[in-house]
Ligand binder design. Sequence first.
Ligand code: SAM
Length: 625
Amino acid sequence: MIEWPEEKDQINKILALIKERKGIDFVDYKRSTIIRRIKRRMDMLEMGNILEYINYIEEFIDEIDTLHNEIFIGVTSFFRDKEAFRALGENVIPKLFNDKLAGMGVRIWSAGCSTGEEAYSLAILFSEYLETTKEQYTVKIFATDINDIALAKASAGVYTIESLKDVSQERLDKYFDKKGNYYQVKKHIREMIIFAKHNIISHPPFSKLDLIVCRNLLIYLENSVQKYVFSAFDFSLNSNGYLFLGSSESLGEISENYKPFDFKSKIFRRVVESSSRSKKVVDRDFGTLDSKYTSISKNLNANSVDRSVEKIIQSLQNEYIPKGVIVNETYDLIHSFGDVNEFVRIPTNRISLNLLKMIRKDLSVAVGTALQNVFVSGKEIKYNNINANESGKGIINLIVKLYVDEISNTRYGILLFEENKERPTYNLHTQEFNLQEKSYERIEDLENELKSNREYLQALIEELESSNEELQSMNEELVSSNEELQNTNEELQSVNEEIYTLNTSYNKKIEELTEVNEDINTILALSDVILILIDEHLKIRRFTPGATKVINLIKNDIGRDLADIAIKVKYDNLIEDIKTVAKTLKSIKRTVLADNDTKYQFNINVYKNKNDSLKQIVINVVEEM
Ligand SMILES: C[S@@+](CC[C@H](N)C(=O)[O-])C[C@H]1O[C@@H](n2cnc3c(N)ncnc32)[C@H](O)[C@@H]1O
């Protein structure tokens, strides 16, 4: 269990914000789950401080929706717990139709149905049963959840193949239509179910139901709320109706109205008449464990025992010490004085310090009753004339006193065995010992003790069950995180596939471009045309071999500034003309002379690429005849 007590107020504030916006009171949910879910959101947002998270919620109000959905853990699957669904299909469903006349309906409620897998699994089981009968029945499944997003998915009835892994091929073929990469539940199965938004804690329950399926929802609720929900179910179910719970859930206090039908599968049958169904909401408050059970388990401190024994002996020495023993509140022997061998025997098999196991049989009723009375009433007791015939030792009196060690607040019983011949010392309230009467008294005491022990055990069982539920809900959260990881993994995989496809198409494009480039180079190399391509910064990009007639170009000049290269013609303004063309986007034509008096016409043009981002200057030179 996560401890986060110092942030109690902040957690309450977050819950109040959710309640205000979404109308859902998460106070009814187990605190540990809520804290874990909040913490998870904080981790996702990389926040270490809850105050920071509250500020974030206040600023980005949509976070409340996210957190709200996060808290409703929706882990589910088709035929979740295969064995239990098999038991339901084979042993329960046929029974639901036993008392129904043809044409009558069977009503089922799947409470907390999440994304619908549970409701469709039920519909498939019912449909399979209906195929085996000649009679016509109607089957209505009410499938409810508090989460709209889950319900939207449920009503669509569309699932991935991964989520159908627990559905046999035969059922898949029979009850699903393949739609691209998805499978949709067939119409006639979908029509058996009514999906609806319903809060199991605050909305009125459905009625006249033959089967309630409420699995893995109650584990998230506080015990007192579970109690309330169970009482609502009790109201909803027909007598002899069935309740199907999750594998780690069990009936709370209403168990007296139910009999386990298949305990392993958590299927219970209602056994009371409808008229006695609970009509009211049960009180949500629980009492704590009876304090006596905690005080009993207090460890005895050896020193305090010795001190108490010493004091007891001292107090007795002031009077007169017959034979006797001292026991603690659980009747364990602490000390004996005088020769008590004739009354107390060490048991032969399992050693126990419990006086009632060691006391001679013919004294056990008297000793048990007296100790019980003394510890309950706090008053000393003396039974006169106990007929200890079995030993042949004659009649004794039994005196039982209470000693309280004020320092350790521990109570001891002092038992004194007074043989009748001894001088009577204690003028206590004495009673003649009547074995039969005391036996009845003793039996009653033991019955009461048994009853309270039973209650105690029940409380312990409930505590264990709730820890089990806690573990189960943690498990569900882990399953849900795992599913999320799986989803993320799947998303990454699909992104990866896209990148791969993109990469392949880029490679193809590069190959095409390389080919085009080679073609251009070949054309340029083979042509007699004089062509020089430069960019707007005058860097040489390409040129034909003929260009060397007018400019001193070599292969390595590609990338160099044209202004740095010597020209073989009388054209001093070449660079300026190029700059003007780049700026004005207007061509310039000039006729110039070479050193050998050959005339050349320079045509300087500019062009831009498609998106205007790149300017190219093309210098086309023609030799004039
Ligand atoms: C772990 S899923 C269980 C789904 C299904 N019953 C199963 O066992 O596979 C719990 C579901 O209970 C729903 N839920 C939680 N609180 C609820 C409430 N107060 N009323 C109705 N549904 C609730 C959640 O939205 C979630 O879909």
